[in-house]
Unconditional design. Sequence first.
Length: 201
Amino acid sequence: MSFTVAIDGPAAAGKGTLSRAVAGAFGFRHLDTGLLYRATGMRVLDGLDPVAAAEALVPSDLEREGLRSAEAAAEASRAAAIPGVRAALLAFQRDFARDPDGAVLDGRDIGTVICPEAEVKLFVTARAEIRARRRFEELRAGGAETQFETVLADVRERDARDMDRADAPLRPAKDAVVLDTSDLTIAEATARAVQIVASRR
Ligand code: C5P
């Protein structure tokens, strides 16, 4: 029997960390669905049309260099507003969610569109300044030269685009548990997420 955990929320809220922790704690497989949109964005940067780019994705695209860059993120969020792109990526995500070992998917529309029947839905969020600070430190640790204000502006722009689009906008599902990580340590946030999943198993 499959068991699906949907983890949604804005950029840099801690979805990735929590998803990996939940997957590890229960032996579930994990899919970072943002990578599908980033890989699409990379192919757009290569010169492809966004819908053709999404339709042409192959597994090795998810391992390309540069997927975590700000350029790939910006291109991803533009492509993500196009219904044909979202449609092209739907079946792969739904198949993944049906993994008999259990699955954790993180993204923006997992609980609302991709897996409305998920057994657990978490909406992970944090204040924009805090998310930008985390992303800034991550980028700096990776050797990127950037300013905090630039990262904050990027986060705000991406939030606005993700929340305002007509197709699958970012918002909590009606039955999602909202987890604000602004004032939590990683250990605290992780413990809470694992506890919520454990209570539904
Ligand atoms: O999560 P990540 O920052 O890697 O996602 C990059 C972009 O992909 C997001 O800003 C969003 O526009 C898009 N995305 C989406 N739906 C998802 C996952 C990501 O629209 N399920």
